[in-house]
Design a protein around this ligand. Structure first.
Ligand code: HEM
Length: 499
């Protein structure tokens, strides 16, 4: 074996030292981008910028962004930060947010999500991920499929989906004091799996008693799977890498496709209607078409994908709100009285659910503290001068808002980390910083559907059970998850109410 001579070692060391010095100078320069523009920023890591703990899955990426929001000086309206060396811009002020999301929407009408190239997959080519000009057309077509009238048709399907859940709970083992230990997050995911099957795929399922292995596995992979977690961090924060990981990691189930196409085909053949999204899609398919975007072939399937992430969000809304109510018995009792009053007067009807105002307030507070979609993103389509400043945001700059940061910001919310549904009484003015469903023309299109989903499940549970959480079961955020989820589940104690 030959060893390097003393000269050889010297040259190698000199080369390594030069490479390190050059990298240092390069990184320092890249990481001074915001300082050179006069924008406030935070201390950085030479390799990871400001995103080290998130890319290493030590903290949930959405939570991490919230920490950047919190780490900034109190009144800074925006903050420059870096994902590796890429400059990104974090909005911290409701007025600036309105300017960008509403008033100057034309320049910020697309999400940074999924990168500038449009990819084909259920996860990308639906209303959430699609870019302009197709977004505008699609939004106008999808909005009428989620109106109050459509919601009323979906309502019986939501109730029906709850029946197996209640039977399952009834049959769960209990201790000598009649207490059952239930993971509300898993319970909610199971209900949501059946709801997705029913509303987005037009097929009734019962995951509680007769789980369809292939379907349940595909949906659980979607909610929990590590591959999708990696894919989500990538599409939200490093979409340049989407090509490398492949969009199929977001969702790719041949079984879902099969169920979807069978439902479409049989519904078209028989002319039957069920009040679900398949009915709406068939209407779109048979309606007038636009030359740029047609409701045909895979495009129909992509739209049902909207409900996968949408119902995941409402599932999170339900389980985290229930967790808060479990820890606040006084609010739980007020919510229960609200539910009982409405149902005793009208039965389990759509009208009864419209009357449950205190439940609305509890859910509103639930999504303030635990925003299911905690990160809102856009990018600048053209260079943009921030009004009243000399700061230019260059074309392509990713823009983020952290709802963890904003909705717990003590500048806007008194006792900011306390769960208190009374913030939302009719006569109290809610801060503009409260935007759990986003803001402007691109805000959530499924808000009412999601709220009703969460309300139906909470009402069914609280009408029958008293619920609490033991301190040792306290839930913690999943550090791998871009969307809000509990790593150790939401383990609660359930005891049947004596009526
Ligand atoms: C309570 C549960 C839900 C919460 C908290 C929630 C939250 C959000 C948020 C924060 C956004 C981003 C808005 C923005 O960028 O300004 C969004 C977008 C969206 N949500 Fe929801 N969502 C929920 C339920 C749903 C449901 C049930 C559906 C489907 C029926 C849905 C469909 C969508 C779609 C399609 C978009 C993209 C809209 C667009 O880009 O035009 N969401 N949602």
């Amino acid at each position: 074996m030959e060893f390097l001579s003393a000269d050889g070692i010297g040259i190698t060391l000199a080369l390594v030292a030069t490479a390190i010095s050059l990298f240092y100078i390069y990184a320092k320069y890249k990481l001074s981008y915001w300082k050179r523009r006069g924008v406030e920023s935070l201390p950085t890591n030479l390799i990871f910028g400001n995103f080290k703990d998130a890319v290493l899955f030590r903290t949930a990426p959405g939570w991490h962004l919230g920490n950047l929001h919190k780490a900034a000086k109190k009144d800074v309206p925006y903050l420059g930060f870096y994902i590796f060396h890429k400059p990104c811009f974090l909005l911290r002020d409701p007025e600036v947010i309105k300017q960008i999301l509403i008033r100057d929407f034309e320049n910020f009408s697309d999400r940074h999500f999924a990168g500038s190239e449009q990819k084909d997959s259920i996860g990308m080519k639906n209303l959430f991920g699609i870019k302009n000009p197709n977004w505008k057309y699609l939004r106008a077509k999808i909005t009428p499929t989620l109106t109050r009238g459509k919601l009323k048709q979906m309502f019986p399907l939501m109730l029906e989906t709850g029946e197996p859940m209640m039977k399952y709970l009834e049959n769960q083992p209990e201790n000598k004091n009649g207490v059952k230990v239930i993971d509300a997050q898993e319970l909610s995911y199971k209900y949501t799996t059946d709801l997705i099957a029913s509303i987005a795929l037009g097929t009734k399922m019962d995951s509680f008693h007769y789980p369809n292995e292939e379907f349940s596995k595909a949906v659980m992979e979607f909610f929990h799977g590590f591959k999708r977690m990696v894919a989500l961090v990538t599409v939200f924060f490093m979409p340049e890498l989407v090509e490398m990981i492949g969009t199929r990691m977001l969702f790719n189930s041949s079984f879902v496709k099969k169920v979807f196409w069978e439902a479409m085909e049989s519904r078209e053949r028989t002319g039957n209607k069920r009040g679900d999204f398949i009915d709406s899609l068939l209407q779109l398919k048979n309606g007038e078409q636009n030359s740029d975007y047609k409701f045909e072939g895979e495009n129909l399937l992509y739209q049902s994908g909207t409900f996968f992430s949408g119902f995941e969000s409402s599932s999170t809304t339900m389980s985290f709100t229930l967790m808060e109510l479990a820890n606040h018995p006084e609010y739980q009792e007020r919510v229960r009285q609200d539910i009982n009053k409405a149902i005793d007067a009208h039965g389990f009807t759509f009208d009864a659910f419209n009357e449950m105002k205190y439940l609305d307030q509890a859910i509103a507070e639930g999504v303030r503290l635990h925003p299911p979609v905690s990160t809102i993103d856009r990018y600048t389509r053209k260079d943009y001068k921030i009004p009243g400043t000399d700061i230019i945001l260059e074309k392509g700059t990713p823009i983020y808002i952290s709802l963890y940061g904003l909705q717990e910001d003590p500048r806007f919310f008194k006792d900011h980390s306390t769960f208190n549904p009374d913030r939302f009484t009719d006569d109290s003015k809610v801060a503009d910083a409260y935007i759990p469903f986003g803001s402007g023309p691109r805000m959530c299109v499924g808000m009412k559907v999601g709220q009703l989903h969460a309300k139906v499940v909470i009402a069914m549970l609280l009408r029958e059970y008293e619920i609490w959480q033991k301190p040792e079961d306290k839930s913690i955020l999943d550090p791998r998850s871009t969307f809000t989820a509990a790593a150790n589940g939401i383990v609660l104690q359930f005891r049947k109410l004596v009526k």
